[in-house]
Design a binder for this molecule. Sequence first.
Ligand SMILES: NC(=O)C1=CN([C@@H]2O[C@H](COP(=O)(O)OP(=O)(O)OC[C@H]3O[C@@H](n4cnc5c(N)ncnc54)[C@H](OP(=O)(O)O)[C@@H]3O)[C@@H](O)[C@H]2O)C=CC1
Ligand SMILES: O=C(O)C1=N[C@H](C(=O)O)C[C@H](O)C1
Length: 265
Amino acid sequence: MSATKRSLGLHGASGRMGIRLVQLISQDPEASLAFAADRPGHAQLGEDAGSLAGLPPVGVRLGTLADEPPRLDAMIDFSQPAASLAAAEFCAGRGLPLVVGTTGFEPDQRARLEGFGARIPILISPNMSRAVNLLMKLVEEAARALGPDVDIEIVERHHRHKKDSPSGTALRLAEFAARGAGISRLVHGREGLVGERPRDEIGIHAVRAGDAPGDHTVIFGLMGESLELSHRALNRDGFVRGAIDAAKFLAGKPARVYTMAEVLA
Ligand SMILES: NC(=O)C1=CN([C@@H]2O[C@H](COP(=O)(O)OP(=O)(O)OC[C@H]3O[C@@H](n4cnc5c(N)ncnc54)[C@H](OP(=O)(O)O)[C@@H]3O)[C@@H](O)[C@H]2O)C=CC1
Ligand SMILES: O=C(O)C1=N[C@H](C(=O)O)C[C@H](O)C1
């Protein structure tokens, strides 16, 4: 018996994540690409989304959110913050579920995005990888178990093209660590005569170098020993597979905000 095939739309379809999504959707027997949108004025508008991803043509031309899509089961967005809000408006107007992988939202943008949960099924996650989502739980547990004397520092490393800093994943890891340790103050890098490190802060440090798809390390520093929990993406496939799974999961669900933990349960 063949599985249900979900018709998916992409926003940011010619970006780094968009291209790999087109490639992995084409290999997925339970999904097909039906709509591909990108930035208005993009140089490749009108070209076949498959060809842009180095595949044989898939019959879907790169367009924009001004185009009317065919019937879709869900949309996936990897673009930039203001564009994600436009994608949410687009989906809400058509009752379409939306997976948002974009990062770098200001708090008010994030709140507006979550507000779309009243109208459509929406999932917003800075990291769709199964391993990174496990890392988040481990970090909270370690922060709780190591007690009040632990110094928690987060180091993230990404490719030189990344626009937001620190990464959305580093900020989310800090939330989990903060909950476990009962600390709420975040410090972004340190410079100058900053004095001794107080106990009650979490440091976040962003490295930008080469083409690294995304590394995150949480350091738990104690007297005489330290524990480090790390994830290294070797390519973007873990993020892409998670996003496709999330889109399939949201298809047909009632409107609300969903989490990656629900997808991965
Ligand atoms: N949640 C997760 O697991 C992951 C999240 N990310 C996040 O996803 C986002 C995209 O990453 P990545 O693919 O590397 O970035 P890219 O810059 O390669 O891709 C973004 C795409 O969105 C397009 N875009 C820009 N502005 C608009 C607009 N106004 N409307 C529509 N499309 C637009 C870009 O076009 P143009 O190039 O012409 O500007 C580009 O094609 C980032 O926020 C990143 O942090 C990345 C990996 C994993
Ligand atoms: O921009 C990227 O590439 C990535 N961004 C995400 C983030 O900001 O956390 C996730 C991943 O690390 C790749």
